[in-house]
Design a protein. Structure first.
Length: 196
């Protein structure tokens, strides 16, 4: 407890006071102006430097936003591609394990086959779509059918304009032009005559 009392006593003693500054001393103090080329240059060029820095940061932020947009768009395209490959069903995370299990026992899946006809007066196009099984992709199975199976819905007709040639712009026929008159002849109203 004795140590605590000594600490309190030390706190109660006021610190040394700074002596009073007389007004006369303040009045007699000379004003000095110092000119530094370096400080002036830093002050004047500082505006430009700060502006450049702000611009650089803004450009960096824009590039970062564009990069993030590209990444998001890439992911979106990848998901759409996977959805198209899977026939509209979302792909699970453990897809590789399922493929290994599917190799052992394969379940019959409804095939996506179809025939569509496009008719354009002088040309008829038939498009046949069929599903490729994974066995065909691996190359383990042999080809059993030489022809593509046709469905009962083969009578679908779509009117489409299919052209082989690219249409060109129509070029106007050039009319022969007379030689333009010079400024002096235009003012005087002279007509041109052919020189021999």
């Amino acid at each position: 407890m004795g140590g605590e009392i000594e600490d309190n006593v030390a706190i109660q003693i006021p610190p040394n006071r700074v002596g009073h500054i007389k007004k006369r001393v303040l009045k007699n103090k000379g004003v000095s102006v110092s000119f530094s080329e370096k400080d002036l240059r830093d002050y004047v060029t500082g505006f430009h430097k700060r502006k450049k820095k702000r611009r650089k940061e803004a450009i960096k932020n824009q590039e970062e936003k564009l990069r993030v947009k590209r990444i998001v768009a890439r992911k979106q395209r990848k998901l759409e591609k996977e959805l198209a490959l899977n026939g509209g069903a979302p792909q699970a995370a453990d897809e590789s394990d399922k493929y290994e299990e599917d190799d052992e026992e394969s379940e019959p899946i409804a095939s996506i086959n179809g025939t569509t006809k496009y008719d354009n007066g002088n040309m008829q196009v038939t498009v046949t779509t069929s599903e490729i099984s994974r066995e065909d992709e691996d190359g383990h199975s042999e080809k059993t059918q030489a022809t593509v199976p046709r469905l009962n819905e083969a009578g679908k007709l779509h009117k489409l304009s299919v052209t082989k040639k690219k249409s060109f712009k129509k070029v106007l026929k050039h009319k022969s032009r007379s030689k333009p008159q010079n400024k002096r002849d235009k003012k005087k109203g002279k007509t041109q005559t052919k020189k021999r």
